[in-house]
Design a protein. Structure first.
Ligand SMILES: Cc1cc2nc3c(=O)[nH]c(=O)nc-3n(C[C@H](O)[C@H](O)[C@H](O)COP(=O)(O)OP(=O)(O)OC[C@H]3O[C@@H](n4cnc5c(N)ncnc54)[C@H](O)[C@@H]3O)c2cc1C
Ligand code: FES
Ligand code: FES
Length: 1342
């Protein structure tokens, strides 16, 4: 060991195991190392840019001086391996595992049903563990608020976060256990103490040792820079001499590095000769707060600075210092996520702001506080103001940022003068890792002047609004200085700031950003105006007394409470039990194996797609600049490599096929042109990103990018007549009956990306005799196998596709996954080596397709009471380049739209073929849009009649008679129609009527916050499909089950397991409990179980269960006579003996089935309803979901815990669609929302604060599988309640403008776009709301 210290070898530990790395490419990340070179695969790659948390690990460092171990979470995808010398890493499987024992975090996650596909779960567990262990160390018990906030940067696409938050909050000291939701540990009626005692125990004193003893001595030494291209200078002098040394003076490319999180933003493909790690330089890690100010060394991490400020705020420092510390800390907690802040340095952030135009928060904060900065260049040391720093020529790679000083003002320039400091930030998510649209920091020196306020001095800094750097609004500052603030002065200041702070041309949401600039300044100054002082009740006094220091109070929790009601049934026990998900603890520990976790076979190669960036263009060739293949690249596969016996096919559905590769012409931006195959995934990805495609636009038509262009050119896909939905009634006749008409109103809906946490992935391994085994993350391995066989030109029996589990699908791993496995198989065939791919997030987002955008034009007639008599729609569906499953969209759309009785319904639907990526099924495909349009029409009708929209909805809810007219046999029996009772029940459980009245009052009293509430019904038509099953009993009595359905997180395996135990226990009911433990559901294998079909449409779980039940029935029939005989002989018999005897007597212990649903009952309706209440902030456009109440009819749920998870998860995914997710393209149709930076799915801070869900057991439905109903997709549609509630709140804001006489247009007639992001909400409220308010005040004064 001694020797190693001297050698300075790269040594670290992972889960207590020592690793010594002799040589390494310095750009290697920890995640790459863990996943490629160790058995610790629990950290997953979700984004590779610090934006998702799937890769989070715990990093532990030993401080020999303080003799203390520091533990903190980091994103392993950004952490460089060389930076880990002497450190210890703990992954989720290091916390606990199947072999040793799960950690109680794993077990509580499992028991709270907080893991569905499981891909996010290991990262979540480590993020939380980091918060927990640090609270334990401080001997300050973790709070519920801290527990929630530890997760804000961790994305989950399945669970909807509520169960995750609850599982974590069980560890919090201040949690009210009654506020925690449904779990498998306790029953509602249990007392608090019993509940607590049932939780898997957690004893902080028995926490694992995160830092192994053997590393303590090794951690003291630095890495030997003669062995690694990695320098670790320990002083500024050493750094200077290093930078001036001959080696560096010459052309060597160098990179200064601290946390390396910057690469998450400016993706770096450049290779550097040497890295200089600045973290060992003591002077750069200084943190000092005294009467002069706050001095911060450049390598101080954001987390360290926050903790320091919080600590200092509690102890010494002046009042000014306290104010600044508190506000800075509060603001910085909104930057990125804990696991990024823990390694991200303040200096790195500012260099990115200076050099890369990064929309930094810190730059704005420091600018606003008049910080100075010290840099070291080849010319020597320079001390600059912030303005000078940002304005100077870009820092070169050899200039070093040393430190900053935030000067502390003397306590007021006169005895009576006081300071105010505030910071602002508007961003798509309040806390969960989102860059700001605009940020600001304002500092003012004010003094009372009679009953008014005089501004002695003011500094106004704005950033991130669409300029390269943050800027001070100097003209406004000059104008305000020396002024006594009143409404007139403020209005003038706002006019000036609008002219001073202007987003550059091409900035997205430029008008919104401009209006935010006004909002922020208004918010800061209004309270100091003559009117504001009156309104806000004595702020002047508070300023006078407390030096402008206004306490923020106790931190709030993000989520307040959750109530889940499940009604389970024992009738088919163990079916109906809310059992926890099979393998959930193993998913939490990260041991569950996904395709990318399968170790690479020897000789394995890796692929990456080269795609077109043009919508329609000839492809002349591909090159890489120097014309040779980049390092590590083995081959470039194109359509020319498809064997002559095969076909250029990448996917297929019953409607048609899609080519694997563009041939001579690329047909859309994102079209696959080639597949680079290289020695590593990194080399393949780098090569693909470097590829230069030569296009040829000659003799090529202009592309069709919009549905309007498709109509002009009659570019449509055919919808088979049997799929085209049927009209209802006589539109012209019923329209004539109408008292009112809305003619040709338009709704436009955009796309949505799946954002499965595991991107597309496959591994193809060539086998003997022209065969191939393909491991694919696929929702339909059967079709994938068939496509691969067609492409390779071999019989289908040559291709075995294996799928164990999928890390999130949502429809995106069905048709869209096929080209991925096909490309790997083609490359593997050609090169006769295994080939795998893990598609990077950007490429995935560009090629995925996603939900169908649409343009809908409607004409509707209605009576004066709101009863609709007739509706006609013209629908243009943008399907992209190939059919995929688009021909089903019209029927899906209409099926969901028909939730109301429209009187007569007619439509014209065109499925447009455009030069865009093929759109595919995404959770509730077509139904989401249909259901939303129905609500949009209700809102529109209500606004025309000036009636409550809820009464219009009630007026048009189906009777059973009209339901049957619209849905025919899907409507089932009258007893199945539970919607009216659900709506009533929900009104009571959510106190809908009372809350509506309270909201009315709230809105009258509050100027800047408005609330809205909305109740939305759901009718959803599901279709069952034929599904195979196979149950085999092995000699020891254990049972192995195969089904057509794939476990994609929806809990299919758990339901199947329960059903198998139920089915087999029909021999002897007392065996059911034992049988559940004996069943294992195994991976899908297309050559073992054929006709697997698609896992889609929400019904695969029930169909797979039914297939299994049929198998069990056969087995029970075979085993019953033997059981009777044995019972007669021995008096009793147990399962193991029965099976042993059955083996002996050659009973066939394997049974196959193919469940084919009856055509008359294969389609049925699902019902539910939701009430949501939101609060909008008129100043920023931000929407907070205060409460959502959902009741959803699962029939007799097969597993209410699983169904609850589906309901909550789908609802939150719907919130994403309706409120957050903008899946945007450029003018060529190339996706530009192509990363976690630009595409914002919900995080824990954007879900309902109160989330109450009831899984309704509506009893017997004799045509359903053991009376159960589907839950996977329908609840997503209910999230439109959030959008409708937002519209109601916006309506209240507009009404207020109307009262002021300042509304252009109508207060009720407006359309709120989907998604209703901050800019959308703000725009509909009025971008100049503030100015109008001030003008009103002035008029009133007159
Ligand atoms: C997911 C994510 C979300 C984020 N969200 C926000 C946000 O909302 N608001 C915000 O303000 N920031 C945000 N950031 C940016 C984050 O604050 C920076 O990435 C981080 O502070 C950079 O620090 P680092 O130590 O990792 O720098 P590194 O990545 O190590 O370095 C960044 C750059 O600066 C150079 N450099 C570093 N230190 C010095 C120095 N002392 N002298 C000279 N050059 C130096 C490096 O050579 C490199 O070019 C986010 C980052 C991520 C990954
Ligand atoms: S993979 Fe590292 S944060 Fe997403
Ligand atoms: S369980 Fe979180 S992403 Fe699937």
């Amino acid at each position: 060991m001694e020797e190693i210290v001297k050698n300075g070898m790269l040594v670290f530990a992972v889960n207590g195991k020592r690793f010594e790395v002799a040589s390494v490419d310095p750009s290697t990340t920890l995640l790459q190392f863990l996943r490629n070179q160790t058995c610790f695969k629990s950290p997953k790659l979700g984004c590779g840019e610090g934006g998702c948390g799937a890769c989070v690990v715990l990093l532990s460092k030993y401080d020999p001086q303080l003799k203390r171990v520091e533990d903190f979470s980091v994103s392993s995808c950004l952490t460089l391996l060389c930076s880990l010398h002497g450190c210890a890493i703990t992954t989720s499987d290091g916390l606990g595992n199947t072999k040793n024992r799960f950690h109680s975090i794993h077990e509580r996650f499992a028991g709270f049903h907080a893991s569905q596909c499981g891909y996010c779960t290991p990262g979540m567990c480590v993020s939380f563990f980091s918060a927990l262990i640090n609270a334990d160390k401080e001997k300050s018990k973790l709070t519920a608020s801290e527990a929630e906030k530890s997760m804000v940067g961790n994305l989950c696409r399945c669970t909807g976060y509520r169960p995750v938050a609850d599982a974590c909050k069980t560890f919090a000291a201040d949690v009210d256990i009654e506020d925690l939701g449904f779990n498998s540990f306790w029953k509602n009626e249990d007392s608090r103490d019993i509940k607590l005692s049932k939780l898997p125990p957690y004893d902080p004193s028995k926490n694992l040792t995160t830092f192994p003893q053997f590393l303590k001595s090794e951690s003291a030494a630095c890495l030997d820079s003669s062995k690694y291209p990695w320098d670790t200078p320990v002083s500024v002098d050493e750094l200077r001499s290093l930078l001036c040394s001959d080696f560096f003076e010459n052309e060597a490319s160098i990179k200064l590095v601290v946390g390396n999180t910057g690469t998450g933003y400016y993706k770096e493909t450049e290779r550097y000769d040497r890295y200089i790690d600045l973290r060992y330089i003591h002077d750069l890690s200084i943190l000092k707060l005294d009467h002069i100010g706050l001095e911060v060394g450049a390598t101080v991490t954001i987390s360290k600075l926050i903790s320091f400020l919080k600590e200092e705020n509690k102890t010494n420092s002046s009042l000014y210092g306290k104010l600044v510390s508190q506000k800075l800390a509060l603001h910085m907690e909104k930057i990125a996520s804990p696991f990024v802040r823990n390694s991200a340095s303040v200096g790195g952030n500012l260099v990115m702001a200076q050099r890369n135009g990064f929309p930094s928060d810190i730059a704005t904060l420091f600018f606003g506080l008049g910080a100075t900065i010290c840099i070291m260049t080849s010319q020597g040391h320079e001390k600059l103001t912030f303005e000078e720093f940002l304005a100077r020529p870009l820092l070169d790679a050899r200039s070093v940022l040393l430190n900053f000083l935030i000067p502390f003002k003397k306590e007021g320039s006169s005895t009576s003068s006081k300071f105010l400091f505030e910071t602002y930030r508007a961003s798509p998510r309040p806390l969960g890792n989102a860059l700001a649209y605009v940020n600001a920091a304002f500092l003012a020196d004010v003094s009372p002047h009679g009953n008014e306020v005089l501004i002695n001095d003011i500094q106004l800094a704005f950033g991130a609004y669409g300029t390269k750097h943050a800027r001070r609004a100097k003209k406004v500052e000059e104008y305000l200085t020396g002024k006594i603030l009143n409404v007139n002065v403020l209005l003038e200041a706002l006019n000036l700031v609008k002219q001073a702070i202007v987003p550059e041309d091409g900035t997205s949401h430029a008008d919104y950003r401009s209006s935010m600039v006004v909002s922020f300044l208004f918010e800061f100054l209004f309270r100091l105006t003559n009117v504001g002082l009156r309104v806000s009740g004595g702020l002047l006094n508070r300023i006078s007394n407390k030096d402008g220091y206004i306490s923020e109070g106790k931190p709030e929790t993000l989520l307040s409470s959750a109530k889940q009601v499940v009604e389970s049934s024992k009738e088919y026990y163990p079916v109906g039990e809310p059992m926890k998900k099979f393998g959930a603890s193993m998913q939490a520990s990260g041991e569950a194996v996904y395709v990318d976790d399968i170790p690479s076979p020897p000789n394995c190669l890796y692929g990456a797609f080269i795609y077109s960036t043009r919508p329609l263009a000839g492809v002349k060739g591909i090159h890489f600049g120097s014309n040779s293949l980049p390092d590590g690249v083995t081959a470039i596969i194109t359509f020319k490599d498809i064997p002559s016996r095969g076909a250029n096919i990448g996917s297929k559905t019953i409607f048609g096929a899609e080519p694997l590769f563009a041939d001579d012409v690329a047909r859309y931006a994102g079209d696959r042109i080639a597949f680079v195959v290289a020695e590593s995934q990194k080399s393949a990805d780098v090569a693909a990103s470097m590829a230069i495609v030569e296009y040829d636009a000659e003799n090529i038509d202009s592309p069709i990018l919009t549905v309007e262009e498709a109509v002009q050119k009659s570019s449509f896909f055919q919808v088979p007549p049997f799929l085209y939905p049927k009209e209802v009634g006589d539109f012209s006749k019923e329209m004539a009956e109408a008292d009112h008409k809305i003619l040709s109103a338009e709704v436009r809906l955009g796309s949505q990306y799946y954002f499965y946490m595991e991107t597309q992935t496959a591994l193809a391994v060539p086998d003997e005799d022209n065969c191939m085994v393909v491991y694919a993350s696929s929702q339909c391995p059967e079709y994938a196998g068939s496509v691969i066989a067609s492409c390779l030109g071999v019989p289908e029996h040559n291709i075995r596709v294996v799928t164990r589990r999928v890390g999130g699908g949502f429809g995106g791993k069905a048709v869209r996954a096929m080209p991925v496995s096909t490309a790997c198989a083609l490359a593997a065939l050609k090169l006769q080596r295994p080939v795998r791919i893990y598609v990077n997030r950007k490429t995935d987002m560009i090629m995925a397709g996603g939900r169908h955008p649409m343009k809908i034009t409607y004409t509707v007639g209605f009576k004066s009471n709101g009863k609709i008599t007739a509706l006609h729609l013209d629908i243009l569906v943008n399907a992209g380049i190939t059919e995929d499953v688009s021909p089903v969209i019209p029927s899906n759309f209409i099926a969901a739209l028909k939730k109301y009785d429209w009187g007569a319904l007619s439509f014209d639907i065109k499925v447009c073929k455009t030069n865009l990526s093929s759109k595919s099924a995404m959770r509730g495909p077509g139904e989401v849009q249909g259901s939303f349009v129905a609500e949009a029409i209700m809102e529109h009708v209500a606004s025309v009649l000036s009636l409550e929209v809820d009464s219009i909805r009630n007026e048009n809810i189906h009777t059973f008679e009209s339901l049957t007219l619209f849905y025919k046999h899907s409507a089932g029996d009258i007893g199945d129609y539970t919607l009216p009772s659900i709506i009533d029940k929900l009104a009571i459980s959510s106190s809908f009527i009372q809350r509506r009245e309270m909201i009315e009052q709230y809105n009258q009293k509050n100027i800047w916050k408005k609330r809205g509430i909305s109740r939305v019904p759901l009718v959803y038509e599901s279709t069952q499909r034929p599904t195979p099953g196979k149950v085999s009993i092995l000699s020891d009595g254990s049972v192995v089950v195969e089904v057509g359905g794939i476990e994609i997180g929806q809990g299919l395996w758990t339901k199947v397991k329960q059903m198998t135990a139920y089915g087999l226990s029909l021999i002897e009911s007392s065996w059911s409990e034992e049988l559940v433990e004996k069943v294992r559901v195994i991976q899908a294998d297309t050559l073992s179980l054929v006709q697997g079909g698609f896992t889609a449409g929400s019904t695969t779980s029930e169909s797979s269960c039914e297939a299994v039940r049929l198998c069990c029935k056969i087995l029970v029939e075979r085993l019953t006579p033997l059981k009777m005989k044995l019972q007669e002989q021995n008096g009793s018999v147990d399962w193991t003996t029965l099976i042993c005897q059955a083996q002996f007597q050659a009973v066939n212990l394997a049974a196959n089935s193919y469940y084919v649903p009856e055509s008359s009952s294969m389609q049925y309706l699902n019902y539910g309803a939701a009430v949501s209440e939101v609060e909008i902030d008129i100043l920023t456009g931000e929407t907070k979901i205060l409460q959502s109440d959902v009741i959803y009819d699962c029939g007799q749920s097969l597993n209410p815990a699983v169904d609850m998870g589906q309901i909550e998860g789908a609802f939150v995914q719907g919130i994403g669609y309706f409120m957050l997710e903008e899946y945007l393209t450029n003018a060529d149709g190339l996706v530009v929302s192509d990363s976690t930076w630009t595409y914002k799915i919900p995080t824990i801070d954007t879900i309902p604060k109160n989330f109450n869900v009831q899984v309704l057991n509506s009893g017997h439905h004799k045509k359903r599988v053991l009376s159960s109903k589907a839950s996977g997709e329908p609840p997503l549609l209910l999230a439109s309640s959030v959008h409708c509630a937002t519209r109601a709140a916006v309506k209240a804001a507009r009404k207020q403008l109307k009262l002021w006489g300042k509304l252009d247009g109508s207060d009720t007639r407006f359309y709120l776009d989907v998604p209703a992001t901050l800019p959308v909400v703000k725009t509909q409220c009025g971008l100049d709301y503030v100015e109008k308010y001030l003008e009103t005040l002035l008029e009133q004064e007159i």
